[in-house]
Design a protein around this ligand. Structure first.
Ligand code: MG
Length: 164
């Protein structure tokens, strides 16, 4: 996560990012009532990053694609997929981007999920091809974020850590 991205990511008291962007039109401070997760039971199905790493590695090796999967090429693919995620939000109003995407059709939600998956797959693949232990790296980074954004200073604040 770059420092600019980091400055737009809030860490909650559990040390987990809540995915809200301080400058996003979909999550502006003015629409605070729309940033509450509407489904308290929402969760991801279980899947480890290393399981995903192995799955994609096997997928690539079976097709003799490892030769193309240099870190640079995978990064380019990742950036392209981020753009495909953005297309789903492009030109939509704040009302159409509420937490939980309640106005989206099942087909729109499935399409978004596929693009988010492409991003995750390429992110994990990039870390694999760079031989970065992404599971360890993300836990280490979240611990750093906890220290940079102590709850008593950061609670309800959109300021960057060095401005708190
Ligand atoms: Mg895609």
């Amino acid at each position: 996560m770059s420092s600019s991205q980091e400055s737009k990511t809030n860490a909650n008291s559990n040390g987990l990012t809540n995915g809200t962007s301080r400058n996003s039109s979909c999550h502006s401070p003015q629409s605070n009532d729309k940033t509450t997760n509407l489904n308290e039971d929402f969760h991801f199905s279980e899947l480890s990053l290393d399981t995903l790493r192995k799955m994609h590695s096997s997928f690539s090796t079976a097709r003799n694609w490892d030769q193309f999967h240099t870190p640079r090429n995978i990064l380019m693919a990742l950036v392209g997929e981020v753009g495909e995620v953005a297309e789903h939000f492009q030109w939509k109003s704040d009302a159409e981007c509420q937490v939980g995407l309640p106005s989206w059709t099942p087909e729109q939600r499935t399409a978004l999920g596929e693009e988010l998956s492409d991003v995750l797959v390429y992110l994990v693949r990039l870390a694999d091809r760079c031989q970065i232990d992404l599971s360890k790296a993300v836990l280490d980074k979240m611990a750093k974020n906890e220290a940079k954004y102590p709850v008593e200073k950061a609670f309800g604040s959109a300021k960057k850590y060095n401005e708190l």
